[in-house]
Design a protein around this ligand. Structure first.
Ligand SMILES: [Zn+2]
Length: 124
C-alpha cells in the first residue's frame, strides 16, 4: 500500500515537471510574440527593422547615390559607412507616419545629432 502511494507521488511529480516545462515554453513564446508586436508599433524599432531589410538597404544605396555621396545637411563628402538616416519630420512627433523613404536623408552622424528633432528644409 505504501509503495502505491509513493509511486503515485512520483508519477504526479513527473507530470508536474512536464507541465512546468510546457508552461516555460509557452511563456517564452508569448514573450517573443509580445516583443515583436511592440516592435511593430514602436516607430523607432519599425524603422531599424526596415533599414535591415533588402528594401531598406537598397534605398540607402540609391539615396547615397542620389545625394552624390554628400551629407544632405552640410553638403560635405560623406562616406557610405558613416551615413546615418535622418528623419526630416521627426519620429518623436510624427510616429510611424515619419517612416517613409520620402522623409529620409543621409547625414553625417554629427550633423544628424546637431539637427536632432528640429525640422530642417534640405532643399536648396
Ligand atoms: Zn554633414
Amino acid at each position: 500500500m505504501g509503495n502505491d502511494s509513493a509511486d503515485n507521488l512520483v508519477k504526479l511529480y513527473s507530470e508536474m515537471v512536464v507541465l512546468l516545462k510546457q508552461e516555460e515554453v509557452i511563456r517564452r513564446e508569448t514573450e517573443e510574440k509580445l516583443l515583436n508586436a511592440k516592435a511593430a508599433i514602436d516607430p523607432r524599432k519599425e524603422f531599424n527593422k526596415w533599414l535591415k531589410t533588402n528594401t531598406g538597404k537598397t534605398w540607402k544605396l540609391k539615396q547615397f547615390d542620389y545625394q552624390d555621396s554628400k551629407c544632405a545637411a552640410c553638403r560635405d563628402p560623406l562616406r557610405f559607412a558613416d551615413a546615418v538616416v535622418h528623419h526630416v519630420l521627426p519620429l518623436k512627433d510624427f510616429g510611424s507616419a515619419a517612416n517613409k523613404p520620402e522623409n529620409f536623408k543621409l547625414l553625417h552622424p554629427g550633423c544628424n545629432l546637431a539637427i536632432g528633432t528640429k525640422i530642417v528644409d534640405f532643399s536648396d
